[in-house]
Design a protein around this ligand. Structure first.
Ligand code: AMP
Length: 372
């Protein structure tokens, strides 16, 4: 019998990432990225040309960044859902429109298969109000659906579930901090399997310092630039999304290059790293206080999985709070799910590779099986 497979598509503003995988074994059957996408029809045609046989394909899973207030469960896509997602575009102007273009083309190419939207905001849908709400005029917040939605939810959920499996403890009994440090970066606090805080907000711009995004800033900066520097809203948005963060400070997005430049005494690179680490430590401290008791802190995504210096500096000097790394484990060559805390560290510190595609594929088959 042919194994079943799911095609997972992540249609972004400049690329379409795809992975065909077996949701049962987790094996990737094909994956890749089509870059510099101008025409989503051509991009999807290139994806399908690169795929091996589609025998056994049971669903296409689409990563959708913003589900707004209404959408959080994985949902079979029909015309009505597309219309509603289209209405959410202003909440995620950089992310939802390309996803919808990818969905339209993929539905044309595979009209007889279920296409399923899996939302990046889902895991944070039930954040407690104290964490979800901004302290702004309540009527305006309600009228314009302004709240903290949170993103990278598929990754935070997957990694925290894997952490529980790794520790052989029930997900529902663990208090966790997950640090998803990739090009985009976010932190979450999870109490007994439920997300209780996260660093991204109405949009994926809030929180940690990222590759090219500023993360937290004083909103006064935006008005100041608009009013005094004569920058348009679009100029400011582009600056905060694409020319800020580690790149804005240090001229570099890739942490491997950043470290090389720091070693040569490059002050801008050093400043970028220092600001990045300082912000990360502030969120760790905040979430330790939110959770009261923390059982495990997990690093994931490109930087979190690979950069031992970031992990060391993020948690250095916190032994009094029960957090102690084993530097040999931290800087070892192992690349799989692993523990990097010292024996006897009350808080376990783990590195767990994220796998959003597998999580999306499994969400699809669970939905088809009626499990969600
Ligand atoms: P992601 O968005 O999860 O794919 O993460 C991408 C980022 O991970 C890159 O921009 C790099 O900064 C970082 N990265 C990838 N590999 C390494 C590595 N071996 N060491 C340090 N950082 C890395």
């Amino acid at each position: 019998m042919t194994a079943r497979s799911v095609l997972v598509l992540n249609s972004g503003s400049s690329s379409v990432k795809y992975e065909l995988l077996d949701p049962d074994s987790g094996t990737a059957l094909a994956d890749g990225i089509i870059e510099r996408v101008a025409d989503y029809g051509q991009a999807l045609a290139a994806v399908f040309a690169a795929l091996p046989s589609l025998d056994g394909l049971v669903a296409v899973g689409h990563r959708v960044v913003h589900g707004g207030r209404s959408f959080y469960r994985p949902t079979v896509i029909d015309d009505a859902l597309v219309t509603k997602l289209d209405e959410l575009a202003p909440l995620a102007p950089l992310h939802n429109p390309p996803a919808l273009l990818g969905i339209a083309e993929a539905r044309k190419m595979l009209p007889d298969l279920p296409h399923i939207a899996v939302f990046d905001t889902a895991f944070f849908h039930d954040l407690p109000a104290a964490a979800a709400e901004y302290a702004i005029d309540r009527d305006i917040a309600e009228q314009w659906h302004i709240r903290r939605y949170g993103f990278h939810g598929t990754s935070h959920r997957y990694v925290s579930e894997q952490a529980a499996l790794f520790l052989k403890q029930p997900f529902s009994e663990l208090n966790q901090i997950v640090l998803h440090l990739g090009n985009g970066a976010s932190a979450s606090a999870i109490r007994g399997g439920r997300a209780v805080d996260t660093s991204m907000g109405l949009t994926p711009m809030e929180g940690l310092v990222m590759g090219t995004r500023a993360g937290d800033i004083d909103p006064g900066i935006i008005m100041y630039l608009w009013r005094t520097a004569g920058m348009s809203v679009e100029d400011i948005e582009t600056m905060l999304n694409r020319r800020s963060g580690v790149f804005g400070l240090g001229g570099e997005v890739d942490f491997r290059e950043l470290h090389k430049r720091i070693e040569t005494g490059d002050e801008a690179a050093q400043l970028a790293y220092d600001v990045y680490i300082h912000r990360l430590r502030k969120y760790v401290g905040a979430y330790l206080a939110v959770l009261c008791r923390t059982d495990v802190i997990t690093f994931t995504a490109g930087v979190g999985e690979n950069d031992a210096a970031v992990r060391r500096d993020a948690l250095a000097g916190l032994a009094a709070l029960g957090i102690e790394l084993d530097e040999d484990l931290n800087s070892g060559a192992d690349r799989g799910a692993r523990r990097i805390s010292a024996v006897g560290s009350p808080v376990a510190v783990l590195v767990i590779p994220t796998n959003e595609e597998l999580a999306i594929a499994r969400a699809c088959v669970d939905l088809l099986a009626g499990a969600r």
